[in-house]
Every structure is written in structure tokens, then in C-alpha cells.
Design a protein around this ligand. Structure first.
Ligand code: TEU
Length: 596
């Protein structure tokens, strides 16, 4: 079924520019810093590098609020630095993907400044402006009850100058673009896509791709949080009526350049809907990020209300099953990821981040990812097993993400600014789930200043400023230098897994996926086969507990083979060395067998 395109078995490495590598020691990561690490990425096995927004921006939401698509945020560098980075990457056979953030701009973008200046400005219609509503007692209220994605605020902001509300599904500094206005969207395609395609970028990760088209009449969302006037409304405003028309227009431009895309599809549980974005026939997006797996255990009213480890393994298995089966029998494609810049660290979320088990956990999750179908994504630091910053050594004031502090604001508003118990509870949730954990500066070595975040500048004897966000308290123990060259390290293991994945691509990348024994809360057993069922199968055994666990090998019947088949298990990947299939799994051990 599958047309095997290069990016399907490619490995994407995601970079958060502010926190990757600081080449000049000013405390902020930068493009030359990324360029200086391309050999490291090549050695790891990365085929594609996705760089989070590096555009000009006031950085209210770390660059997801863009004030000029055609320039680079100066502390990161210049357009020339970007061109140089593209060239150096291409010289090494690495492709570059940028982040395409066009659902909204910054309120500091010239377009919005014009739009808000007067009701008859030619760009008024480029954003979504609506008059106020009034309650019976004459109180001014927004056009509907939608909650913004951050904190507990209306998705509408009142503008004094023109006495109207504008829509902003994220921060108030991120006004939503009115895609129904043709002039606006065509201009934005040119500025945000063509400018960079002309400079050689190979594709885009498309931010919030299913939010461009808003539902007709902007209806209220059903009430699921009775404690607030503002309701989570993602299911109402995602996947609007003109989505596929807009994506078709974008695809026309993208395909002229042969550019690849991966779109973020939150709030889309229906696989039928997902396929409309990502089946080959639909010609909309090459890949999608579904949130089923990373959303496991998140609260329904607000992501951060979740308590640590409030889910059981079968929920994770079902989520994986849903996203894996999307492509089974369909000419569509998906992605495999456990981390990104919006997620806490996977070891802390899905396994065990205590000093005793964190390495085994990181390897076990790497082995699991390596065996799942779709394009593989690795987030910076994941390859060395970075864990969430511990509560006792990384205080709440170190958390800088607006999503984190707006959450704390909400708690204070609801329970009182001096309610220490509630604030501490919020801290627990953030220690477990906050986006900040993925944004802590990368630790390149354990000996330099601030985890060697500016190792290049440090070597040159430059004066190093403290990074914009406090260094990881465990940088001395978890860093690149101490793992490089050690094949038993997490980094060494990731390298092996990336090579292994490519070697067995028919099964690992392209195979059909089957979960076995879904109800088992401790261990995870799944198998893969080449579509059609011929040839050897891949059986994967994972222990998600701190105890030794025996897993019965899969039976012929479970593997959909004739009952009388005799099975031979050949170990082809393992976190703990050679083991017979009958042997119990050590804590957080993972193994993959070829079943003949
Ligand atoms: O995130 C948008 C988004 O929808 C995610 O927050 C998603 O809902 C969540 O991860 C599901 O668990 C994107 C960017 O990735 C994020 O950094 C930005 O803050 C946001 O868009 C606004 O541009």
C-alpha cells in the first residue's frame, strides 16, 4: 500500500532554539549554536531537523507570536544565519523543517497594528473582530463563552480604540487571523511559507493546523467547567467548514517546492476526520501529530489539573493503538512522538524518573518508539534521557512559561492568593506536566558553566551569561558529554535504536500494529507484521514497573498464525542485553524479538 517516501523512515530531531545551544554566551540559544551541533545530530542519526519558531517576535509565547515572518528574532541570529544553517545541514544530508504559525500573529505584527487602528482600515477584516454582547443588566460580555488555551480567560479581548472584541484562541497578544478574508490568507502564505521555501527549507511543522477555519456563527461551547464562565472549546472551534479548502490552497504552494508537512491536530478524536487531513488521497498534509498518547491523564477542564500518574498503562496502550491503527490498511501516514516543546519529559510522565530507574526507563521508551509505525520524532534532550526538573531543586519561580504562570494565577483567583496548600498542589501538577520541563537549557556537559549550554563560547574563553531559563539541576549527571562514546548510555542506546529501526524498517516503520493483552497494567506486549501478514513478525515486550515481571511469549494464535506453528524467537533489540524469551523482564526492561 505504502509509497515509501524518504521522510517516512526518516528521523526528525526537534530543536527549541532558545534552549539548544548558545554560541555567543549571551544566555539565549541561537542559530549558529544549532549549526555547531549538526555533526552531533548527524551522528545520532537525524535525517530532518525541525526548528521551533525562530522568527522575529516579542516572545510572549516563545516565538509562537510572530511579528515578522520574514526576519529572525535577533538574539537567535539573522536571515543569513538561517541560510547558512540550511546550507550546512544540506551538505550533511539533513533536511530542515520550520514551524509554520499562521493561525495567529503577534499583536505587534504590522498587520494587526493596522487592523486595530480603526474600523475602516483596509486590514480590519484580516483579524476576527466582533461587537460586544450585553447581558440583561447591561453588562458587556464577549460574543461567546470560549476559553483561551492559556489560563482561565475569555478567548476574546476587548479593544478600547475601536470598541470591539478580537478573537485570540491563545494569549491576548496572539490575535487569530481571519482566514475567510482571501487577501489576508494569501498574503500570509506568501510571507510565512514562500519566503522560506525560496531559501531552501524542506518543509514545515504546521502549528494548530485545524483551527484556521472557525465554525459558522461561533456557537457557545457546552459547559464542562461550572467554576468558570469560560469553557474549553477546542471541540467547537477545531476542524471548521473551510479547513480543507485552505489546506488545499497551501498544498498547491508547498507541492511546487516538494515541501513536506506535519500538522498538529488537537481535539480530533475521530479517525475519519484525521484521515481527511492525512490520507494520500486528500492531498492536505503528509503527517499529523495526534495527541492521544501525550494527553493521557490530562484533565478535561484544564491540562494542569491532572495529578501525577493518575492513569494506568492500558490507557497508554489504547492511545497508541488508536494512532497506530490509523494507518493500518489506509494510505495515510502518522508520527511517533512522546515529547515536544509542549510536553513534560516522557521518562517522568510514562515511566520512572528516580535515579535508580531513569536510565532503564529512557531506554525502554526509546525501544518502544523505535518499534512503532510512522515517522519518528525525537525532542532535544530526550536522546540523553532528560527528566523533569525535581521539585526540591527547581522552585516554582523558575517556571517561565505563560501557560504555567497563568495556571497559578487561576488557582490563586479561585482559592485565594495566600492559599499555600492549593498553590503547592498546583506546583505538583506543574512539576509533573508543565511545558517548562522541555524548555530547560540543554546540558552539553557536566563540567562547564550552566551545564555547558554555551560550550562553544566557553571553549573560546568568552564570558558566559546565565541562561534565560535556569539550568537543569541534574545537568551534572545527565548531559551529552558524559554519554558520548558510551554505547551503554541512553544516548548510545538511542543511536542503536535509530539504526535498528532503519534496518528493520519493513516491520518497525511500515508494519501493521497489534496490541496484545491490553488489560495488563504492568507490561506491554505488541507485535508488528508486514502488511499482508507474510514473513517474520516483530514481538515487543516492555515492563513498565519497578519489579521483575514475567511475560508469557505471544502464542501462535495471538500472532494470527495457524495454531500448530512452532515459533522461534530471535532477540534483535534489548535494553538489558541478551535474554531468552521465557526469562522474566527486569524493571523497565524492553526487548524486541523477530518471530520466525
Ligand atoms: O500548540 C497548540 C496546541 O494546540 C497544543 O497546545 C495542544 O493543544 C496540546 O499540546 C495538546 O496536549 C501550539 C504550539 O505547539 C505551542 O507551543 C503554542 O503555544 C501554541 O500552538 C500557540 O501557537
Amino acid at each position: 500500500v505504502h509509497v515509501q517516501k524518504w521522510w517516512k523512515h526518516g528521523v526528525v530531531y526537534q530543536i527549541y532554539p532558545a534552549s539548544f545551544c548558545d554560541s555567543n554566551g549571551d544566555g539565549v540559544g541561537d542559530l549558529p549554536g544549532i549549526t555547531s551541533k549538526l555533526d552531533y545530530l548527524k551522528d545520532l542519526g537525524a535525517d530532518i531537523v525541525w526548528i521551533c519558531p525562530m522568527y522575529d517576535s516579542p516572545q510572549v509565547d516563545m516565538g509562537y507570536d510572530i511579528s515578522n515572518y520574514e526576519d529572525v528574532y535577533r538574539p537567535y541570529g539573522t536571515v543569513q544565519d538561517m541560510e547558512h544553517l540550511i546550507k550546512e545541514a544540506h551538505d550533511r544530508g539533513i533536511k530542515i523543517m520550520l514551524d509554520l504559525v499562521i493561525n495567529h500573529t503577534s499583536d505587534q505584527h504590522e498587520w494587526f497594528k493596522e487592523s486595530r487602528s480603526s474600523k475602516d482600515n483596509p486590514k480590519r477584516d484580516w483579524y476576527i473582530w466582533k461587537p460586544a454582547k450585553y447581558t440583561e443588566d447591561g453588562k458587556r460580555v464577549p460574543p461567546n463563552n470560549w476559553r483561551s488555551n492559556f489560563g482561565d480567560h475569555s478567548a476574546w479581548t476587548w479593544d478600547e480604540t475601536t470598541q470591539e472584541y478580537y478573537l485570540r484562541l491563545f494569549a491576548k497578544e496572539q490575535p487569530d487571523v481571519n482566514f475567510d478574508c482571501e487577501e489576508a490568507r494569501k498574503t500570509i502564505y506568501k510571507s510565512a511559507m514562500e519566503f522560506w521555501l525560496e531559501r531552501g527549507v524542506d518543509g514545515f511543522r504546521v502549528d494548530t493546523v485545524n483551527m484556521y477555519s472557525k465554525p459558522i456563527g461561533l456557537p457557545d461551547a457546552p459547559i464542562i467547567d461550572p467554576d468558570s464562565p469560560w469553557q474549553p472549546a477546542g471541540h467547537v472551534y477545531c476542524n471548521g467548514p473551510r479547513m480543507h479548502e485552505f489546506l488545499g490552497e497551501m498544498n498547491e504552494i508547498l507541492s511546487r517546492y516538494g515541501a513536506i508537512t506535519v500538522g498538529e491536530l488537537p481535539n480530533t478524536p475521530s479517525m475519519e476526520k484525521v484521515l481527511k487531513y492525512v490520507s494520500a488521497e486528500a492531498k492536505q498534509l503528509d503527517m499529523v501529530f495526534q495527541f492521544d498518547v501525550v494527553d493521557v491523564g490530562h484533565g478535561v477542564t484544564h491540562h494542569y489539573t491532572a495529578k501525577p500518574k493518575n492513569f494506568e498503562l492500558p490507557e497508554v496502550k489504547s492511545a497508541i493503538d488508536r494512532t497506530q491503527t490509523l494507518i493500518k490498511g489506509n494510505d495515510a501516514w502518522t508520527t511517533v512522538f512522546l515529547e515536544n516543546h509542549d510536553q513534560a519529559r516522557s521518562v517522568s510522565r510514562f515511566a520512572d524518573d528516580s535515579p535508580r530507574f531513569r536510565e532503564a526507563s529512557a531506554k525502554m521508551l526509546a525501544l518502544m518508539q523505535a518499534c512503532l509505525s510512522g515517522t519518528q520524532y525525537v525532542y532535544q534532550g530526550q536522546e540523553i534521557g532528560v527528566v523533569n526538573a525535581p521539585k526540591d531543586s527547581y522552585p516554582l519561580e523558575n517556571y517561565l512559561d505563560l501557560n504555567s504562570y497563568l495556571y497559578v494565577d487561576m488557582i490563586k483567583e479561585r482559592y485565594g492568593a495566600n492559599n499555600a496548600a492549593k498553590i503547592d498542589e498546583a506546583f505538583d501538577s506543574l512539576q509533573y506536566l508543565a511545558r517548562d520541563h522541555s524548555r530547560v537549557p540543554m546540558a552539553w556537559n557536566g563540567k562547564g558553566k550552566y551545564g555547558g549550554f554555551a560550550d562553544v563560547a566557553e571553549k573560546e574563553g568568552k564570558d558566559i551569561k546565565e541562561p534565560w531559563m535556569k539550568a537543569h539541576p541534574l545537568a551534572g549527571e545527565i548531559n551529552v558529554a558524559s554519554q558520548l562514546g558510551d554505547s551503554n548510555s541512553v544516548l548510545g542506546f538511542w543511536k542503536k535504536m535509530i539504526a535498528f529501526r532503519k534496518q528493520y524498517a519493513d516491520l518497525t516503520v511500515y508494519g501493521d500494529y497489534y496490541t496484545l493483552r491490553l488489560e495488563d497494567k504492568d507490561t506491554f506486549l505488541f507485535f508488528k507484521e508486514i502488511p499482508g501478514g507474510n514473513g517474520d513478525k516483530l514481538a515487543v515486550l516492555l515492563n513498565f514497573t519497578k519489579d521483575e515481571k514475567k511475560v508469557e511469549p505471544p502464542t501462535a494464535r495471538e500472532l494470527r498464525l495457524p495454531e500448530e506453528s512452532s515459533l522461534k524467537f530471535e532477540l534483535i533489540a534489548s535494553t538489558h542485553g541478551a535474554k531468552e524469551v521465557q526469562e522474566a523482564l527486569a524493571p523497565f526492561e524492553g526487548r524486541a524479538y523477530l518471530v520466525k
